[in-house]
Design a protein around this ligand. Structure first.
Ligand code: ZN
Length: 332
């Protein structure tokens, strides 16, 4: 299902953020953003093709998206800044890295020296290890199952396959920008890891950002993506007071970039159309001491969303959106 922790049903899954998010304060704006995203992407692709150009080319997204914000939302403060910095051009990235040395050094990049932990939700082996993953673990505020199986599409494509694929694509993109990328697992273990270990891996890596990749499993007709942000919790080993703020920043940047990159809209079934939900019941967030969010990329049980989730081309766009959000958060 949705998370490495067993989730409440959608109706109760919402410690929905009381704060309007930066990139859509009205659901109509969400629609506008979603509608513009493919245009912006198409424009960017066209620009790349016509100019032949990569380095030095100015991506049009920062122009297009803020324009839509202006039209739809009026005042929005930091939102535009986030949007406009989230997809830096290669030229901007080079200057931002401030490495006086090396325009040509392949090991360098805007994320050189930064560590990102990617957590592919669930594990394809969990279905065969239900007794192991049903074991309770301490999440500080509570006790939860070690891990869950995750969901599948109606045709049997497993969430755990999806999360690993998107995670690997994201890793490739992040490494190309110079980041050190650590996985919580890489199909290299029969099941798990448990949610407490998933959090610990991010903590021990001293990750600058952690993203847990998922897809949802709710009834058909529920569509779109959402980002889960940590609530402020304190109890046992759980204390999110230091990560709530930066995690929201990370989540907002991923949401904006994910919408732009994939053309998907924020979830229509929770989060009030914002694409952002705050939760206090997920061990993977509660135990994290590093900025961390979950992303639910779409609903595997909806045929239209599933058609996207099962498409390698769409998954690449998903990875690009996640990556660009991380790059924006890390100031690359
Ligand atoms: Zn999941």
């Amino acid at each position: 299902m949705r998370y490495d922790d067993s989730p409440p049903p959608p109706e109760s899954a919402s410690s929905v953020s009381p704060d309007p998010p930066w990139y859509t304060r009205r659901s109509t704006l969400a629609v506008a953003v979603a509608a513009l995203a493919p245009t912006a992407l198409a424009g960017w692709v066209l620009t790349q093709v016509l100019t032949g150009s990569g380095p030095g080319g100015q991506p049009p997204q920062p122009k297009a998206l803020p324009a839509s914000h202006t039209a739809g939302a009026g005042a929005h403060g930091a939102g535009d800044a986030k949007a406009s910095t989230a997809t830096p051009s290669p030229a901007a990235s080079t200057s931002a890295s401030a490495s006086a040395s090396a325009p040509a050094a392949p090991a360098k990049g805007p994320l050189a020296g930064r560590t990102v932990v990617i957590d592919p939700g669930h594990n394809t082996g969990n279905f065969k290890h239900t007794s192991e993953i049903d074991r309770q673990v301490d999440i500080g505020t509570n006790r939860k199952e070690c891990d869950t199986t995750g969901t599948t599409t109606n045709s049997g494509y497993m969430e755990a396959e999806f999360t690993l694929d998107v995670s690997r694509r994201t890793r490739t993109l992040l490494e190309s920008k110079g980041a050190k990328v650590v996985f919580t697992h890489d199909a290299d273990r029969p099941w798990g890891p448990c949610i407490d270990e998933r959090a610990r891996i991010g903590n021990e890596a001293k990750a600058d950002a952690v993203v847990s990749v998922h897809a949802d499993g709710v009834s058909a007709g529920n569509r779109g993506f959402h980002i889960i942000l940590p609530a402020t919790v304190k109890g046992g080993a759980a204390d999110t007071s230091k990560i709530v703020g930066p995690s929201r920043d990370l989540g907002e940047r991923i949401a904006g970039n994910f919408a732009r990159s994939t053309g998907s809209a924020p979830a229509n079934y929770l989060g009030s159309g914002t694409g952002l939900v705050v939760r206090d019941d997920l061990g993977g967030l509660n135990l994290s001491t590093r900025p961390k969010v979950f992303i639910e990329c779409g609903n595997m049980r909806d045929a239209k969303d599933a058609a996207q989730l099962t498409s390698p081309e769409w998954r690449q766009k998903a990875a690009e959106g996640i990556t660009n959000g991380i790059v924006g958060f890390l100031g690359g």
